[in-house]
Design a protein around this ligand. Sequence first.
Ligand SMILES: Cc1cc2nc3c(=O)[nH]c(=O)nc-3n(C[C@H](O)[C@H](O)[C@H](O)COP(=O)(O)OP(=O)(O)OC[C@H]3O[C@@H](n4cnc5c(N)ncnc54)[C@H](O)[C@@H]3O)c2cc1C
Length: 533
Amino acid sequence: MIITRYVGDLEKDSPIFYSDFLIIGSGIAGLFTALKASTYGKVIVLTKKTLLDSNTKLAQGGIAAAVHEEDSPFLHLEDTLEAGAGLCEIDAVDVLVREGPQRVRELIEAGATFDMKDGNVSLTKEGAHSKARVLHAADATGEAIRSALVQKCQESPDITVLENQFLVDILGDHNQQECYGALIYDTKKNQTNIYISKSTIIAAGGNGQLYKYTTNPDVATADGMAAAFRAGCSLIDMEFIQFHPTVLFSRDTQRFLISEAVRGEGGLLYNKNKERFMHKYHPLEELAPRDVVSRAILNEMMTKDSEYVYLDMKHIPNVTKRFPNIYENCLQNNIDITKNLVPVSPAAHYTMGGIQTNTKAETNLYSLYACGEVACVGVHGANRLASNSLLEGIVFGQKIIDNVEEILYRRKITPEEVFKNYDSTWVFTSENPTIEPNQAKKQLQEIMWEKVGIIREETGLKQANTEITEIYKNLAPSDNIVSYYEAINMLTVARIIVQASLWRKESRGGHYRSDYPKRDDVRWIKHMSFVNC
Ligand SMILES: Cc1cc2nc3c(=O)[nH]c(=O)nc-3n(C[C@H](O)[C@H](O)[C@H](O)COP(=O)(O)OP(=O)(O)OC[C@H]3O[C@@H](n4cnc5c(N)ncnc54)[C@H](O)[C@@H]3O)c2cc1C
């Protein structure tokens, strides 16, 4: 592998900013952590585009927590372990399910409103949950949470939230494995800034944009994982990608999700010939695990030579009230869900792997933390249980703040230390700069979709490896510096996903190999991690 430590240049005259908590990302993980941190010190939240650009904003179905008296953290733990297909870290899941209910109460105190029924919070049962435990705000739960957290953060005198601030690199002492802060590119002022902080928290979300078709917004370009990897963090479980089965078919590459809750409420799948097919693939039919439904749909699409299958929601009682957001979005595409079948196909949705952390959300670099989708603490294993990811962001964000005394006690880092430990010879340079970033991204997304997607096999993965390495070597700088950084990040993380997928010679959860279609518990109850060295 070609090793690179930085992608950005540290300039002597760059402005320098200081904080106690530097948070990268304004999704649920970043904003919740900011709110909690603000009781103790100065918080800066930096986000790549606007506060509206995150996976959190798009989350539909809800947030899972054992809040009902007939439910328990233990049952939630059992369901999470079952979905994780043998690879969950039980200590991490234990923290998630035990501390989840209290964190959800705090979300409500922060102003997030969930649907109510008979004076109690209304709970839905989603696929693979044994109890109704998903709190929701119609079909726009993420936005209900996001807007409440944004308002609280903006009201706090101790939190500064800045948009259009792109994380370029993590700064620190490479030998001592210590983080000092981050190099940030201000995309409005076209200027590089240095942020020095007692703690740096990466909450920069997932990787969906590595794939041609995804539910994720354009900010999900793996920047957080790539920057952490360059700095010496370990990335783990990277082969496990969740493909959501039912995404509204369109000519766009970023596609609109049709929540799993629709199938939970009775939505049915039909192939091109208007035949139901899920009974051929799994006893739970439409409520089978996401990876099974995605492969079934793909198979029906291939055998029937079609670009989509159909989801029938017409018969669901009060469907427009229960799913107003889905109703509106389909209507904008001239599909009336009360009258028409909805064309759907799978798309990349969620990154199970990420920056390896322990249950305190610590990475292997001192003073660098990660939480939310960018991190991998081990709660999802090989496959995420629906509605556990919003929960993960708040539970492990809080774990960072549980350690606040130690954080505040740290010495102040000087600019001299930052410059002394930056080596400009470690900045990425291309061997043969001929492919411009946007072209590189498009090529990468095609390769990942075709060869590292829902169904993988050795020949395709090897080809992907060669092709992606070629693009990486030939990537050319561009005036659009953000696009250039994103392309490097996407290529960096894609290469790790390909390598992990090649090495894991079995099928499990979000990783399916047609040449090794069986789960192999004798050889493969283990994780693979990658470190830049
Ligand atoms: C359509 C959709 C529906 C979903 N539905 C559900 C659901 O019902 N329940 C559930 O639990 N989960 C759901 N998920 C998953 C869930 O939304 C995410 O896992 C979760 O919101 C991740 O939160 P986060 O804070 O870690 O990341 P995000 O919400 O993605 O936030 C990441 C932030 O980092 C910023 N960022 C990225 N790169 C940089 C950079 N270089 N510099 C600075 N900032 C950067 C982004 O702009 C963004 O603000 C859904 C996801 C999608 C896409």
